[in-house]
Design a protein around this ligand. Sequence first.
Ligand SMILES: [Fe+2]
Length: 308
Amino acid sequence: MKTLDDLYVAIDALHMEGGWHRKQPSLWPEPRANFLPAQWRYADVRPILVAAGELVDHHLAERRNLTLTNPLEGNWYATVRTLVAAYQSIKPGEHALSHRHTPSALRIIIEGHGTYTVVNGTRVEMRPGDVLLTPSWNWHSHEAVGPDECFWVDVLDVPLVHLLEPMFFERHPDRFEPVQANVESCPLAFRWEDSRRLLDAAPAPASGVAEREIELGSPAMKTIAIHVQRMGAGFTSTLHRTTANAVFTVIEGAGTTRIGEHEFAWQRGDVLAVPCWQPYQHRVTRDAHLVRVSDEPVMQAFDLLRRQ
Ligand SMILES: [Fe+2]
């Protein structure tokens, strides 16, 4: 081996790379813009879900859902790096099969009454504004008994599990898990009226990210944090960024949010993707409640959470 080129050929042949001779750097000064700021409008999605309700029954789809794929080139699934969001609907008379999986999930109900979820044998109604949890490996099914078609936003940590690899998924051997208890409240259901009451009493967050903010659970699940934010018409939040990847769902109200170089006008039922370290700022035009779902507990656990 007389030359550097000879050396690199020998290194390549053993599937190695010289740390002084990388094709691309492995470290950089701060997070790179990667996943894109993005928005999905409920007004666009709802008619598609209604049409899917005519064309795709529960024999064809175990869940009638539309995943929100970040437009980052090459991305096939995730909404932000660690989370995937999806719109889902269920019609009266339908019963989505029981299954369980290692990814954790939650539901934010947008519209409709008369749909129940069964989590580990506990059956609880899902109502607009409620947030319901399905932690890792909990059995869950959904049942609509009427009167309405029900629409919600799911957020799961599936992309994180894809990255880490420990994916397990199983259908219930009896198709539907038996109901052991019908309840009005349970630790896995955050009721909208409770969230509103807690917001009434909550102090303004020092960061200025919202007028009032509460966290559901602390955190809600091991990998996912859920914050509910209240902002009145005329409120402008501070320009803020955090390493936590987040998905916002609009429960009610209207406004615009600047995320990086993009600006999005939003209203009830819309979803926004705010990727890691993208500065964002809300301007509210009609009294608003937003649910912010993030991977903050993951960032916190590994000393990777930074805010600015
Ligand atoms: Fe599921």
